[in-house]
Design a protein around this ligand. Structure first.
Ligand code: SF4
Length: 345
């Protein structure tokens, strides 16, 4: 999407390959191969200023400098967890802060990106949800998180998850363009199967994702298959009742031929009972899905607890083998508040 910075320059790093080609041809009278060069400089080779683009003439670089800009984020702080997870806090040009997380899990290295400053979904177990929504991130800000994380490591980032601050489907157009950029062959080229978008399920959101060309992974933050419990935990889920959410997941299964992950954050006395497990089993009937259980991570101002380990065992053994696949996810980076639900400034 075409956007300008405060000096009226186009934010070039937020343009998909096709948008960049069009803009360069219309505004700079450049041939298509220049788009390939410039796109690769920004998204593959990590150029942050046009002067680094040595296969462009000096006059072209100078012209680009007057018309366009490559977005970079300022690192405000970073915190390393015992398990190797690193949480970064980045300052945006308007001094808003976002957080992104690098999660090593050899042979994988996963970047967890934010899509909004804050979030308006308001999940009551989530620090970001408590902030409310300040604004959407623009495409250039979304992809810049990935490049900033890349610049800190020699290891190739193999996977990307949109599970940081914000609800990706609430900022769909910018997320869509970011997906196109990071999976483009001429850029950082992370295959769509290695990219997962997490959503609570907003009306029309999963369908829009299903209509994109890539085979993106979908993770649905379910947290309860009992309508009343889910509405308490995820207030915005009122907009999409469970039966419609299930229909959207089924259609994603069919359209992409991919199994969907259902995220389920276990909270003591809230959604860890056998009745909740029964409802979950019922919900997953006919779905190609994997249930990812995670244990609640403590946040300020919320009076929840993790269930005791025997309760978790009981819940899991009810689910499996009634459900196809059930895993208990290790919480990563909880000691530096980088785990699920803990991001917030
Ligand atoms: S869990 Fe996700 S969707 Fe819910 S409030 Fe937090 S950031 Fe928003």
């Amino acid at each position: 999407m075409l956007r300008n910075d405060n000096h009226g320059r186009i934010k070039l790093s937020g343009l998909t390959y096709e948008q960049l080609k069009f803009w360069l041809s219309e505004n700079m009278d450049m041939k298509p191969f220049r788009a390939n060069q410039i796109f690769s400089w920004i998204h593959l080779r990590g150029a942050t200023v046009f002067q680094q683009m040595t296969n462009l003439s000096r006059s072209t670089r100078e012209l680009l400098e007057t018309q366009a800009v490559i977005t970079t984020l300022r690192t405000d702080s970073s915190l390393s967890a015992e398990d190797g997870t690193i949480k970064y806090s980045y300052l945006l040009c308007d001094d808003n802060r976002i957080e992104s997380v690098l999660i090593p899990d050899p042979p994988r290295l996963t970047a967890c990106l934010s899509t909004q400053v804050g979030c308006r979904i308001g999940c009551i177990f989530c620090q970001t949800g408590k902030m409310g929504l300040t604004r959407n991130l623009t495409t250039d800000e979304i992809v810049s998180q990935l490049y900033q994380l890349r610049s800190t490591t020699e290891t190739r980032i193999s996977n990307v998850v949109f599970m940081g601050m914000g609800e990706p489907m609430d900022n769909f157009d910018d997320v869509r363009d970011a997906l196109s950029i990071i999976s483009d062959d001429s850029g950082i080229c992370i295959g769509s199967r290695k990219i997962t978008i997490s959503t609570v399920g907003l009306p029309g959101g999963i369908e829009k994702l299903a209509n994109l060309p890539g085979q993106y992974g979908l993770a649905v933050s379910l947290h309860s298959a009992v309508e009343k419990t889910r509405r308490m935990l995820v207030p915005a889920s009122r907009a999409l009742p469970l039966h419609r959410l299930k229909q959207d997941i089924l259609e994603y299964n069919q359209e992409k031929g991919r199994r969907v992950t259902l995220e389920y954050c276990l909270i003591e006395g809230v959604n860890d009972t056998i009745e909740e497990a029964e409802a979950l089993v019922e919900f997953t009937k006919d779905l190609e899905c994997k249930i990812n259980l995670l244990l609640y991570n403590r946040i300020e101002g919320a009076d929840f607890k993790r269930p005791a380990s025997d309760v978790v065992e009981k819940f899991m053994s009810y689910l499996y083998p009634r459900c196809q696949a059930v895993t208990l996810r290790r919480s990563r980076g909880a000691d530096v508040a980088a785990a699920c639900g803990q991001l917030g400034t």
